[in-house]
Design a protein around this ligand. Structure first.
Ligand SMILES: Cc1ncc(COP(=O)(O)O)c(C=O)c1O
Length: 459
């Protein structure tokens, strides 16, 4: 759902007091300690924010507390997995009960079968296998597609993030979009060093929503293309939406050229709808990957799909993992997927997201700032732009500097969206509680006024 607003001319409120920086004495010390032993002071490049790296103490529901005791309304929700809320006792109790029976056997438990049954019940998949992370899920889905078709090449879309294996790290999220090359003939841009050239040569990037370039690629390389790997929305560009008919056309083109269609539903799965983005957009792929929302934050992930495609396992394609389907992940997934299936949690999340969007829309419109909402109410972005961009290149043309300033102001006022304007806000079931929606909108309003006033002062 995109709401687009005509620009109005009202001025921002005058004389907004800049919210002070939050106290961080313990985190400053922790950062110094961490950087001695953890590169960048964190276990992922994506949360190594220099001196501003956050060291977490705890979370509950839709809130999170850092080591200095600063409380935030959490709009990151761990990059999406925490669909119900932090420390949800329905999931934690199920996990604890299982943990007490031992966690690692490299033998198959009944819970693992239950997870696959739940996935097949909720989605288009006939069969599924668990992995430990979304990265592994996309890596294995690609291998299964290659094993099934006997072809090597993969088409992916610029600005789409599918994890950190080599095949996924092509044309992902450059700050300078000109590095992506001509849109008719995009560069295969490896993200960082260490990715062999031979691998980049098997991955063909295409701008999202660009059927002309996609057809050109299929006409040139169709006989070698095993699969199109696509996140149904541009999840790492605030959830830019597919143009009407785009996903359907991709579906038809893959069939025309004998390639498989893989939906990367790591973020959208069990969030956009019980059946994920495939159900939401009414397009059925051949394979899909799931992770985040299926475990409410526990490291549960999976890939699955058509029975004939998945049947290349176990005889003809390698898949394994000591921790694949481990006790903790399987118990978390059974509990989370059962809650999502049997309760109106997703409906609550959708309504909460819509309420936040309505509040933001009113606030931004009153100040005459052009904006659009991207994504789905459960995972949305707000872009300061006249119209929603159609692809990652278009993100660069949005006023993301304004967004960055607003995100910073929100953080100082006790709400935590991702500081990077490309990451959407994630809504969880617990955000429906108390006055969370009103507080988010109020904090956003104060941060927007501060950012607009700062801009007016410095321009
Ligand atoms: C669409 C998508 N695919 C894959 C991944 C990788 O998942 P993980 O971080 O669990 O490896 C992510 C992570 O953010 C993602 O958003």
């Amino acid at each position: 759902m995109a709401i687009q607003n005509p620009a109005r001319t009202e001025k921002p409120a005058a004389s907004v007091v800049r919210a002070p920086d939050l106290p961080r004495p313990r985190q400053a010390e922790t950062y110094r300690r961490a950087t001695r032993v953890l590169p960048g002071g964190a276990n992922s490049n994506f949360r190594a924010w220099g001196e501003r790296t956050i060291y977490v103490d705890r979370g509950r529901g839709g809130r999170v507390w850092d080591l200095d005791g600063n409380e935030f309304i959490d709009l990151r929700m761990g990059y999406g997995p925490v669909i119900l809320g932090h420390a949800d006792s329905r999931v934690d109790d199920a996990v604890n009960e299982r943990m007490r029976r031992g966690v690692s056997f490299s033998l198959t438990s009944e819970d693992e079968i239950r997870v696959a049954e739940l996935i097949t019940e909720l989605t288009f998949c006939d069969m599924a296998r668990m992995t430990v992370s979304g990265t592994e899920a996309t890596m294995h889905a690609l291998r299964v597609a290659r094993g099934f078709t006997g072809r090597d090449k993969i088409v992916k879309f610029e600005g789409q993030y599918h994890g950190v294996h080599d095949y996924a790290l092509i044309s992902v999220l450059p700050n300078d979009v000109s590095a992506l090359g001509d849109r008719e003939n995009p560069v295969r841009l490896a993200w960082g060093r260490g990715i062999p050239r031979a691998i980049t040569e098997t991955v063909i990037p295409v701008p999202y929503n660009d059927l002309v370039t996609l057809r050109h690629v299929f006409e040139r390389d169709g006989d070698d293309i095993a699969a199109v790997l696509i996140e149904p929305v541009l999840g790492n560009a605030q959830g830019i939406l597919p143009a009407p008919g785009f996903l359907q056309s991709v579906r038809e083109m893959t069939r025309e050229f004998g390639a498989l269609l893989i939906f990367d539903e790591v973020k959208t799965g069990f969030r956009f709808a019980k059946g994920g983005a495939a159900e939401h957009f009414g397009v059925t792929p051949d394979l899909a990957t799931y992770a985040k929302a299926m475990g409410n934050g526990y490291p549960a992930a999976a890939f699955g799909g058509r029975r004939d495609v998945m049947s290349v396992l176990p005889a003809n394609v390698s898949h394994g993992g000591t921790y694949a389907g481990n006790r903790v992940a399987a118990a978390a997934a059974v509990a989370t997927l059962t809650i999502l299936r049997d309760t109106p949690a997703l409906e609550t999340i959708r309504r909460t997201g819509e309420a936040v969007q309505r509040g933001l829309d009113e606030v931004i419109s009153r100040r005459g700032v052009p904006h659009v909402f991207t994504g789905h109410p459960a995972m949305f972005g707000v872009m300061f732009a006249e119209a929603m961009p159609t692809d990652y290149r278009g993100w660069a043309g949005t006023d993301h500097e304004l967004y960055d300033a607003v995100a910073d102001g929100m953080m100082r006022r006790g709400a935590m969206p991702e500081p990077d304007s490309r990451e959407p806000w994630f809504i969880c079931e617990a955000h429906a509680a108390d006055d969370t929606v009103d507080r988010v909108v109020g904090i956003f309003e104060a941060a927007l006024d501060e950012a607009l006033e700062e801009r007016a002062r410095t321009s």
